[in-house]
Write a protein that binds this ligand. Structure first.
Ligand SMILES: Cc1cc2nc3c(=O)[nH]c(=O)nc-3n(C[C@H](O)[C@H](O)[C@H](O)COP(=O)(O)OP(=O)(O)OC[C@H]3O[C@@H](n4cnc5c(N)ncnc54)[C@H](O)[C@@H]3O)c2cc1C
Length: 477
């Protein structure tokens, strides 16, 4: 590795690390992102529900305060980065006449908690509910305004493109393992040699506690699995969930969530798991989610996928954002679980302030970033008339999500080196047939364009090999 000393090294290219880098790249600084995987967003950030939340319990926690702050920043972030985001309300629905009695109680509680924080709360009658959400079975609802759904894949890759355009060095396949100090310089020992920086931000997601402990941090992470189900149709226009029951429930939280590109997510569930690697989707988790939401939706469409993510929670359940006990030059972001996507823009501003308080000079850069021309968003692409498309744009590889050869070439040009790198950038294989027609062709295109040996291609993380042996000459193009 070169002996350059960066002003700031950020460990972790999840949504938090990328937003920190994006915020800092507005100043005259040299910045590196150190990421152990081949691409960004392969940690906690790939397995969430894409909701920009409002208030979170416990209501005076740091994560609730930052969720509110982050929620408000997202209009600017999505506009600046041209990421698809849709503002919508959440509806807590009474499913029986007996539950109608709960409506005024829940309304009063939510008005007290959400209303004072600027989020409008109202009661929706049965008739209004049928007009708002004709596909939902219910007698009435409490509505909370101010939520959003966002194309979080687009967010990750547009942040990556912008950071690159603003001169941030992206060091992938590089695992941070420990720290040494040379006077005012922090030397990060990595799997590929050492990296020097004056300041370090540890935003390593599930492993942030391990890195924090290398310089005296004592926070520990416990892990909760969340399973989400994807349906191939748009079932709702709002986020919909059943009214909280007064009896203890087996499942916790989650909702029926429309995606910006036109399908629906149910979940997430909430299960304690012992290991950070334990991402398996179990039958009982799927049954739990189905049991929770099935009575609410009339026409469901087809269940096409179940996926999971692991929430990295601190022992007290709140975000921990602090200087390392050894030095204010290292900031540890530990336990950034849900609503971390929502809070991320606010966390980025707080980190910038903490770095300034620790002595880093933040002078607005005069360097104009290279202009980044973003590919068409999935939503815009799905709205195109197929007869208006020509050239490689007209060579459709994934018919369900209308992903063309041109989209895949563009994704590879922008750094996709794994199958998920292509999938997350283009939504290839995310439609009804779940990749039956396109995944094989995408692997061949990836192999041909990158020149990588078939055996070295991975789905995402290192070791997730795709094929034992791929005979490109036998695949019909
Ligand atoms: C089931 C589920 C549903 C969720 N739903 C929502 C939601 O709807 N709304 C919301 O606001 N939030 C939600 N969240 C929370 C949100 O996903 C996370 O808070 C957020 O993605 C955390 O991002 P991050 O950048 O901190 O972590 P990550 O995305 O995990 O990024 C950390 C990165 O650090 C890298 N790394 C780790 N160790 C090292 C090392 N030693 N060296 C180099 N790199 C390293 C990892 O590879 C990873 O890429 C959900 C979470 C889960 C699990």
């Amino acid at each position: 590795m070169e002996s350059k000393t960066y002003d700031v090294a950020i460990i972790g290219a999840g949504v938090v690390g990328l937003l920190v880098a994006y915020e800092l790249s507005k100043f005259d600084l040299s910045i590196a992102i150190v990421e152990r995987e081949a691409e960004p967003g392969f940690g906690v950030s790939k397995g969430h529900a894409g909701v920009i939340h409002v208030v979170q319990p416990p209501f005076n926690s740091l994560k609730s305060i930052l969720a509110i702050y982050g929620n408000r920043l997202y209009d600017k972030v999505s506009r600046e980065l041209k990421v698809d985001m849709v503002r919508l309300p959440a509806l807590l629905v009474a499913r029986s006449r007996a539950q109608l009695a709960l409506i005024p109680v829940i309304y009063a509680i939510l008005k007290l908690v959400y209303g004072v924080r600027g989020f409008k709360v109202s009661i929706v009658t049965g008739e209004e509910l049928r007009l708002l959400e004709p596909n939902i079975e219910g007698y009435a609802a409490v509505m909370v305004e101010g939520y959003s759904v966002i194309d979080s894949f687009e967010l990750i890759y547009r942040l990556l493109d912008e950071c690159r355009a603003r001169g941030v060095d992206l060091l992938f396949n590089t695992e941070a393992r420990g720290f040494r100090f040379e006077d005012d310089i922090i030397v990060i020992e990595t799997s590929r040699g050492s990296i020097k920086a004056r300041y370090v931000v540890n935003s390593a997601g599930l492993d942030s506690d391990i890195l924090a402990s290398k310089t005296g941090g004592s926070e520990r992470i416990k892990t909760f699995l969340g399973v989400m189900l994807v349906f191939d149709t748009l079932q709702v226009k709002s986020i919909v969930a059943p009214l909280p029951s007064l009896r203890p429930a087996k499942t916790k939280g989650g909702g029926i969530i429309p995606t910006v590109w036109g399908n629906t997510i149910w979940g997430p569930s909430f299960t304690i798991v012992a290991s950070r690697e334990d991402r398996g989707v179990r039958a009982e988790d799927i049954i739990d989610v189905i049991r929770r939401f099935k009575e609410l939706v009339k026409i469901k469409g087809r269940l096409i996928k179940a996926y999971s993510g692991i929430r990295p929670s601190t022992i007290n359940g709140d975000f921990s954002i602090s200087y390392s006990p050894l030095t204010k030059r290292i900031i540890n972001l530990v336990g950034i679980e849900s609503p971390g996507l929502t809070a991320a823009p606010a966390i980025a501003l707080i980190v910038a302030k903490m770095l300034r308080d620790a002595g880093l000079k933040l002078v607005a850069t005069r360097r104009a970033p290279h202009r980044t021309i973003h590919a068409l968003s999935t939503r815009a692409k799905l709205a195109l008339n197929p007869s208006d498309i020509s050239g490689y744009d007209g060579v459709v590889i994934c018919p369900c999500m209308r992903v063309s050869l041109a989209d895949i070439i563009e994704a590879i040009k922008r750094g996709a080196s794994t199958l998920d790198g292509i999938i997350f950038r283009t939504k290839l294989g995310m439609g009804s047939c779940q990749g039956q027609h396109c995944i094989g062709r995408a692997i061949v295109i990836l192999q041909k364009l990158t020149g990588a040996s078939p055996r070295s291609l991975t789905k995402n993380t290192s070791g997730s090999w795709l094929v034992e042996e791929l005979r490109v000459d036998r695949v019909e193009e």
